[in-house]
Ligand binder design. Structure first.
Ligand code: NAD
Ligand code: TYD
Length: 360
């Protein structure tokens, strides 16, 4: 495989995937296609932008004619599809944008690949990146005990049961990808990963938002009672899993990606406060008062927990970082890269944030 199209490569996870592939595979030509929405930022790729095997194209995946032209012009052999609208709160406010990009955009890309590959599937692959949120929500059957908080996990066989417009749109896109495999014989792969954290994440998501707010002494809006559970994976480990699966995954198959690392939101918030205060040289407890309980998110899924045993057993992948180490590195990165954060949060960001959540 030589020419690989990575969509959404200017976003959070996509930028880590692009960086990994550009550096690790000089023999591949990596084409990063991104519409540069509010979530896409070429500053995420400064370190590799001049690499000889890297090309950036600003384009919208919903533009079917353009996708066909790009498949042809760059003689694309493999697609790794990450472009999406990705934030649940935004999907609650504006579901149409999610249906457009995540469903119609994915369909447009699938059809363009099908049209260009024209039934010659040898050496071709359409790899779709999805989320564990398509499976719905799990119960907390051991709320007072340490993780795991329940005996049930999401496996590849778990029935889809999405609750938010975001997860509904991702579920629909997953179904389309599998339909292209089953109907036309297109070589596809789908992976469903748990919550990611790490450098370059847009600061509307819990971890970067809270690190930034602690640094600035701003309130930390915890939804509901902070008892919802998420399963966290360091983003570089997700990128490593994508590399492994892209090269060795069984065509037509699905793999769950996660690190068996469940945390209640409030416990994560406490770890973040401790870590940021320590790294800034503040006395322990300095920022505890910033915790502010706010109205819960509508339809807030209680617990996500991924069982990634299949990926471990079949392809030998496992996370490389313990959570404590990952959080330490992540906090360090955001504190050391305030310029990146200022750039991202300048201009429209503050306006958007206020429109979305009101004054906080
Ligand atoms: P992100 O919001 O940080 O990045 C999305 C990227 O897609 C941005 O660069 C944006 O400009 C681009 N994009 C959006 N609409 C586009 C369009 N119409 N055409 C072309 N480009 C467009 O998202 P992320 O967190 O990096 O997530 C990437 C993928 O991984 C998504 O498909 C998401 O569903 C999935 N995922 C995310 C997580 C997570 O925790 N962040 C977990 C599992 C799966
Ligand atoms: P988020 O980072 O938005 O990811 P997702 O909704 O895809 O899991 O949120 C992670 C968890 O943190 C989720 O349970 C919602 C909660 N949360 C807050 O309590 N406050 C916030 O300001 C945000 C953004 C999220």
């Amino acid at each position: 495989m030589k020419n690989i199209l990575i969509t959404g490569g200017a976003g959070f996870i996509g930028s880590h995937v692009v960086r990994l592939f550009v550096n690790k595979y000089p023999e591949y030509r990596i084409i990063n296609l991104d519409a540069l929405t509010y979530a896409g930022n070429l500053a995420n790729l400064k370190d590799i932008e001049d690499a000889p095997n890297y090309t950036f194209i600003k384009a919208d995946i919903c533009d079917y004619e353009r996708m066909c032209a790009i498949m042809q012009e760059y003689a694309i052999d493999g697609v790794i599809h990450l472009a999406a609208e990705s934030h649940v709160d935004r999907s609650i406010k504006d579901p149409f944008t999610f249906a457009r990009t995540n469903v119609m955009g994915t369909l447009s890309l699938l059809q363009a690949a099908r049209q260009y590959w024209n039934g010659e599937w040898q050496g071709k692959l359409f790899y779709h990146i999805s989320t564990d949120e398509v499976y719905g929500a799990l119960e907390l059957d051991k709320p007072e005990e340490p993780a795991p908080y329940g005996s049930e996990f999401f496996s590849e066989a778990t029935k889809y049961s999405p609750h938010s417009p975001y997860s509904a749109s991702k579920a629909a896109s997953d179904h389309f990808v599998r339909a292209y495999h089953d109907t036309y014989g297109m070589p596809t792969l789908v992976t469903n990963c748990s919550n990611n954290y790490g450098p370059y994440q847009f600061p509307e998501k819990l971890i970067p938002l809270f690190i930034n707010n602690i640094r600035r002494g701003k309130p930390l809006p915890v939804y509901g009672k902070g008892e919802n559970v998420r399963d966290w994976l360091y983003v570089v480990d997700h990128a490593r899993a994508i590399d492994t699966i892209f090269h060795n995954g069984k065509v037509g198959d699905t793999y769950n990606i996660g690190g068996f690392n469940e945390w209640k939101n409030i416990d994560i918030v406490k770890v973040l406060i401790k870590t940021v205060d320590r790294q800034l040289g503040n006395a322990e407890g300095t920022s505890d008062h910033l915790i502010t309980y706010v109205t819960d998110r509508a339809g807030h899924d209680l617990r996500y927990a991924i069982d990634s045993t299949k990926l471990k057993n079949e392809l030998g992948w496992h996370p490389s970082l313990q959570f404590e180490e990952g959080i330490e590195k992540t906090v360090r990165w955001y504190l050391d890269n305030q310029e990146w954060m200022e750039h991202i949060t300048s201009g429209d960001y503050e306006k958007y944030y206020e429109e979305m959540y009101g004054k906080r």
